[in-house]
Design a protein around this ligand. Sequence first.
Ligand code: 5AD
Ligand code: SF4
Length: 468
Amino acid sequence: MNLPNINEARKRTDKKTEYIYLNEEYDKSAFKGKKYFIRTYGCQMNVHDSEEIAGHLESIGYKSVDSIEEADLVILNTCAIRENAHDKLYGFLGRCKHVKTSTNPNLIIAICGCMAQEENVINELKTKHPYVDLVFGTHNICDLEKLLNNKTEKQNIEVFSCEGNVYENVPYKRDSKFKAWVNIQYGCDKFCTYCIVPYTRGKQRSRKSIDILKECEDLVKNGYLEITLLGQNVNAYGKDLDGEISFAELLKKVSDTGIKRLRFVTSHPWDFTDEMIDVIASNDNIMPYIHLPLQSGSDRILKLMGRRYTKEEYITLFNKIKNKVKGCSITTDIIVGFPNESDEDFNETLDVVNTCKYDSAFTFIYSPREGTPAAKIDDKVPMEVKEKRLHELNELINKYSLENNKKLLDKEVEVLVEGINEKDSTKLYGYTDTMKLVNFEGTKDLIGTLVNVTITDAKSFSLDGKLK
Ligand code: 5AD
Ligand code: SF4
């Protein structure tokens, strides 16, 4: 048993990152006939971690199923970024507990992901949820087989609060045959004062470019059309690799693999260089879409958040990208109600939105995360005020989303077809190069291909189109 510890998680030492090349002999018969079900909450990083977990499980004989009721093992991959993520977890745990007590007493219930790294969550699981069998942290995914073999502990908790290593030769089971996530970096050292990620995912550590390129080349060979490079702060890629390579250089090399569509998330404005903008602008397969979190438009709040840029610097960067990358769509993340945010502060945020006219945005009410510096601030702003601000912000964001989407009316766009529309099975959906969702009539043989679609209607959150 290893319990998480926030003070350990906060530490950054000068210990070198270890690169561990897995070369396991997997025994497919070890868990033959066993079935697993994974529920994933949170960001793309978590979605990709679930592909890793699924890969480990399938290498030792597990097969995936679509419901808790059919499973021998349920894994909840959790998110800790805001409080509502906690509510979702406990809701879902209730359902698992019901299955375990009513129909399948042998069901193994496991929890992993960012919430597993939180001390208060572990305390709650130990005292109020003893039926949870296994908890493993973001640094412990590779130990899954060992943990499943350990039958001695009733509630086995294996969570390291460490800076973390880099594992290679991971046996991913990818959800898609045409679009792939590729980690280029783990962890984060930015320590924005509201954010739990640097504690739950360890220090920033970049994968070696040779390993990333090999993975990308294999994906191209296997017919993948889209790669999204993943990291909490991709622009800082390489800074921990003794100057071997920058993100701009990596981006160019991945682009040269010939992948049809290349994307990356998430960018931090502070690390965004002119060189990166030039590489994006001059390579057609790097998609003209950038997610550029603003968080706040107020210099005072940005400083309290530890974001390392001012409103003016952000807008200058925004304009530089817009001017250089033709037709680039830019989306953002905004937090309202950071402790003691005033009306003036909030108006500065609205001012940036009015200047940038984002293609879309994820907006959040600030949620205090235990152990972060911002959670210690005595906040005088009532929740009703925060909710009102969020509502006002969303109205403005939606107005600009619609305006931007309307610019595509009657235009022909290229769409990577991802699947069948859940509400109308005669329709398919997919994304444009600028990451806009398009629904259009078509047959399912088009899934996984690039098609041209003429836009016939524009809404705030999606477009309708007609196949060419
Ligand atoms: N409260 C609200 N939103 C948060 N985010 C991160 N931490 C918090 C928090 N404590 C938001 C940021 C980030 C996105 C992934 O989640 O906007 O960019
Ligand atoms: Fe969190 Fe800031 Fe790191 Fe993003 S850059 S993961 S917001 S600490």
